[in-house]
Design a protein around this ligand. Structure first.
Ligand code: AMP
Ligand code: MG
Length: 358
């Protein structure tokens, strides 16, 4: 796989590749994506083949700045807002103004030019306007929507650097566009906007449920508590229990639990992802020397921990001196805001990384 710098020449090359129906690794502020022209079903099929992704898992469609209105998206055949109530339309437009460009995806009624494969045959489509400047340069030059899931093999750790894309998909994709390390580091927040303006949080991310409730002056339901009569599996078919999985086994728990495991099983070499800067001091010195520690943030800052999470997980997974991985459960830290916002997005990813594999 070749890495293309983000300059003018590479953008031109990427545009040519995408117009001819090829796939390409692209940076975004959330994680690196594997992109193809969302209007071209054959090109989109290559994404599924490269990732070994099952076709029941729909893709998010990425759009350039300048397409941030329902009128424009309808006109292009990406959405069909005639199916939304006027209240749902008004909320959608408010969300666009408040959170685009940014790490925020809306699931809206699907337009006529979006192929079945992109949406797994659903009548809705996930749309996002990323804010990464290089990818925005690409989208604006291309003037096509890009279907792009994370650039990892299905179920594995999302890549937050171009080198992680190379290690995930190296032999399978020709090019990745360099955009530096991802600024957010976790996938976008996803919200389903129902025709009657019922809002459901399908995936937590950097844009918090509280921010969404404030911008819409509405409750935002959690998937299991959806009020629209549909189960969360129907609303977000790709949200599997096991995801973001390292090859090694991962245990989620408190520092006390880690201490017990270290005492009980001295032969196991643990690698630990720690969130709370005070955590390490609570592990006895003799035991600590047997641990490989990844401190996610020196200040206990949730955004910083999110940004570093996937690359730290990848390092522990690749480290020959680590047998098993431990991740500190955000809820068991002493840090402020350990349940809402970014902490809940981190917990979501760690829970899926720790879940039994399919
Ligand atoms: P990613 O793995 O980051 O590409 O995100 C794709 C996820 O977005 C899927 O697994 C779904 O959960 C969600 N998604 C995308 N499109 C839709 C849609 N039309 N309806 C519901 N969820 C969607
Ligand atoms: Mg993914």
């Amino acid at each position: 796989m070749n890495t293309l710098s983000g300059g003018f020449q590479s953008i031109q090359k990427c545009v040519a590749l995408l117009r001819s129906g090829d796939v390409l690794g692209i940076p975004t502020e959330t994680v690196y994506g594997l992109a193809a022209n969302a209007f071209d079903e054959k090109a989109v099929a290559k994404i599924f083949a490269v990732k070994d992704r099952p076709t029941f898992d729909p893709l998010i469609v990425h759009i350039p700045t300048g397409w941030g209105s329902l009128r424009k998206l309808d006109e292009l055949g990406i959405t069909d807002s005639s199916l939304l109530s006027s209240e749902a339309k008004a909320i959608t437009e408010k969300f666009m103004k408040a959170f685009w460009p940014g790490p925020f995806t809306m699931v809206l009624p699907r337009g006529s030019r979006i192929p079945d494969l992109v949406t797994s045959g659903l009548s809705t489509v996930g749309v996002r306007m990323p804010r990464h400047t290089i990818t925005q340069d690409l989208l604006r030059t291309l003037q096509l929507p890009l279907a792009a899931p994370s650039a990892n093999r299905f179920g594995r750790i999302s890549p937050t650097t171009s080198s992680a894309v190379v290690s995930e998909l190296g032999g399978r994709v020709q090019y990745v566009l360099e955009g530096g390390p991802c600024e957010v580091g976790l996938e976008s927040t996803i919200v389903h906007v129902a025709p009657d303006a019922t809002l459901t949080l399908l995936r937590p991310g950097a844009i918090s449920r509280e921010e969404l409730a404030q911008a819409s002056a509405r409750e935002v339901a959690l998937p299991e508590k959806t009020t629209s009569g549909k189960s969360s599996a129907e609303l977000a078919p790709g949200m599997l229990a096991s995801h973001y999985a390292p090859a090694k086994s991962l245990t989620l728990g408190s520092i006390e639990e880690l201490r017990l495991m270290l005492a009980d099983q001295p032969e196991i070499r643990w690698g630990a992802l720690l969130l709370d800067p005070a955590a390490e001091a609570r592990i006895a010195e003799v035991v600590r020397s047997r641990l490989t520690v990844e401190r996610l943030s020196e200040e206990g800052d949730w955004s910083e921990s999110a940004r570093r999470l996937f690359s730290a997980l990848r390092r522990l997974d690749d480290d020959g001196a680590v047998d098993r991985i431990f991740a500190e459960d955000p809820r068991t830290t002493t840090l402020p805001e350990r349940t809402g916002g970014m902490a809940s997005a981190i917990l979501d990813r760690l829970t899926r990384a720790a879940a039994p594999r399919h």
